[in-house]
Write a protein that binds this ligand. Structure first.
Ligand code: SF4
Length: 167
């Protein structure tokens, strides 16, 4: 049975920068949980960040993939560079995914780690731009299909397709 990687804050774990969660109530996720498919991690906490922690954004163009290649960085409001820890968190997530032979991830939209379709623009003014977080980018680079929490039905259809191709 195919497993699915999910950002742990989407499952109700209080690991977000503000100390809260981003719990998603979804019958599909409930079904996945009952089937024992879910594997989860918070990349940032796995890299050693505390809860709560100051918010971070990606500074520079190119989103998470530019952070991975050293062309952009993840900073907090004081402009201190935390890119190494964000990359470590992404690597921790990828390791678990590879260990479980996972092909699908559901990641929390907007996060500098997990953002699947958009991130914040680095100005700490609440402005969103199209782009991916560091973990999201590393997973995509390694062939993992990444969905946001707003795309759970799409992910479920993709899962059904993978499983029918295997049968
Ligand atoms: S790093 Fe990902 S899993 Fe952790 S709190 Fe942020 S969005 Fe959620």
């Amino acid at each position: 049975m195919e497993k699915i990687f999910i950002s742990s804050c989407l499952l109700g774990e209080k690991v977000r920068y503000h100390g809260g969660d981003a719990l998603v109530i979804s019958s599909i996720m409930e079904k996945w949980k009952n089937e024992g498919r879910i594997v989860s991690l918070c990349p940032e906490v796995s890299a050693g960040f505390s809860v709560p922690r100051p918010p971070s954004e990606i500074s520079g163009e190119g989103g998470g993939s530019a952070v991975l290649s050293g062309k952009a960085k993840v900073v907090k409001k004081d402009h201190q560079d935390y890119s190494d820890l964000f990359i470590l968190g992404a690597q921790n997530a990828l390791k678990i995914i590879v260990d479980h032979k996972i092909k699908i991830a559901i990641l929390k939209e907007g996060s500098p780690s997990c953002g699947a379709n958009f991130i914040y623009d680095g100005s700490f003014s609440g402005k969103k731009i199209v782009g991916q977080g560091v973990t999201s980018s590393l997973l995509k680079q390694n062939g993992i299909e990444v969905f946001a929490e707003t795309q759970i039905e799409e992910a479920d259809r993709f899962l059904a397709q993978i499983e029918s191709n295997l049968s």
